[in-house]
Design a protein around this ligand. Structure first.
Ligand SMILES: NC(=O)c1ccc[n+]([C@@H]2O[C@H](COP(=O)([O-])OP(=O)(O)OC[C@H]3O[C@@H](n4cnc5c(N)ncnc54)[C@H](OP(=O)(O)O)[C@@H]3O)[C@@H](O)[C@H]2O)c1
Length: 290
């Protein structure tokens, strides 16, 4: 059994990975900037490290004695206010490179990191670039590593689509025909847990879910789950890109993520299929909870 240092363990994906790693018998050191964010069911089962991983002493404290470091920490992809304004390059890259540096200095544990599935052309987008700079740093570090690149998580897809469907209309950037296969959070957590335990020195996993759907079909699922009549605000692709560019100086995080949304709305993004959870079922669960 291993000691696993986790950054991002209070987030949508990370809390599930922690839960699995605990069930597998591992010991967890969990980083958060605010101990109140540790989910109630994890309290007392993990060792807390409180601080911001961008501070080198915090990163060093987290990874001390760890056999494996797992990070899915970064600025939020949710659009709502109160989730921070700094862009991904100012949060994800420095915090995760600080963790890699700390891991190199601390006995060279395995390093498992969650990036994002993308096409080569998307690499120039700030959101993708912030993650992939970390991947490059890990690959150059000499540490044994696992890189997981997922498509959209069901939790993020259902929350954002359902919220807008309930408000009355969903924006449709382009013609809605771009295809993707979002992945269930629990299915993705199982992949991450497998990467923690793997012996492979350079493991790379691209991960999508079992349903390949157009963006329009995903919107239709959201309206059906919300019990609302489908209504769309059509946004030409160029206007989506322009809106994101205008937002960027005002709110870097949301502007950068909007640029990513504009890109994926008009580009097929289909990763190898993993897991069994269906997107329809995730929408039904999310609609029942809200
Ligand atoms: N959601 C998606 O659809 C999706 C798709 C592909 C890739 N991804 C990527 O997958 C990763 C996980 O996504 P998620 O939705 O699970 O994230 P999330 O719910 O937004 O959680 C983010 C986590 O990062 C931590 N964090 C943020 N800034 C930190 C800092 N400076 N120091 C230490 N910890 C910090 C937060 O911890 P505290 O707030 O407790 O400090 C939190 O645990 C992200 O990198 C995301 O970009 C997400």
């Amino acid at each position: 059994m291993s000691t696993i240092a986790v950054a991002g363990g209070t987030g949508a994906l990370g809390r599930r990975v922690v839960d699995r790693a605990l069930s597998d018998g591992h010991t967890i050191r969990l980083l958060t900037r605010d101990a109140a964010r540790i989910p109630a069911d994890l309290r007392g089962r993990v060792t807390q490290v409180v601080g911001d991983a961008r501070a080198r002493e915090v990163a060093a404290e987290l990874v001390r004695g760890a056999d494996v470091v797992f990070s899915c920490a970064g600025a939020s992809v949710m659009m709502e206010r109160g989730r921070g304004w700094r862009g991904y390059g100012a949060v994800d890259t420095p915090l995760n490179t600080a963790l890699v540096d700390a891991a190199v200095a601390a006995g060279r544990p395995r390093f498992v990191y969650v990036s994002v599935f993308h096409t080569p052309a998307m690499r120039r987008l700030a959101y993708v670039d912030a993650h992939e700079r970390v991947v490059e740093r890990i690959a150059a570090s000499g540490l044994p590593f696992g890189i997981v690149r997922p498509t959209g998580f069901y939790s993020a897809v259902t929350t954002s689509y359902l919220g807008l469907a309930r408000q009355g209309a969903l924006p449709e950037i382009g013609d809605g025909s771009a295809r993707t296969n979002p992945i269930g959070d629990d299915d993705l957590a199982a992949i991450c847990a497998g990467a923690l335990d793997s012996d492979e020195r350079a493991l790379v996993i691209d991960a999508g879910g079992p349903d390949v759907l157009t963006r329009h079909a995903i919107a239709e699922l959201a309206f059906a789950a919300a019990g609302a009549r489908p209504r769309y605000r059509r946004v030409p692709a160029w206007l989506g890109r322009l809106g994101a560019a205008l937002l960027r100086p005002v709110h870097p995080r949301v502007g950068q993520f909007a640029a990513f949304i504009a890109a994926i709305s008009t580009t097929d993004l289909v990763a190898p299929a993993h897991g069994r959870d269906r997107l329809t079922d995730a929408f039904a669960r999310a609609a029942a909870c809200a």
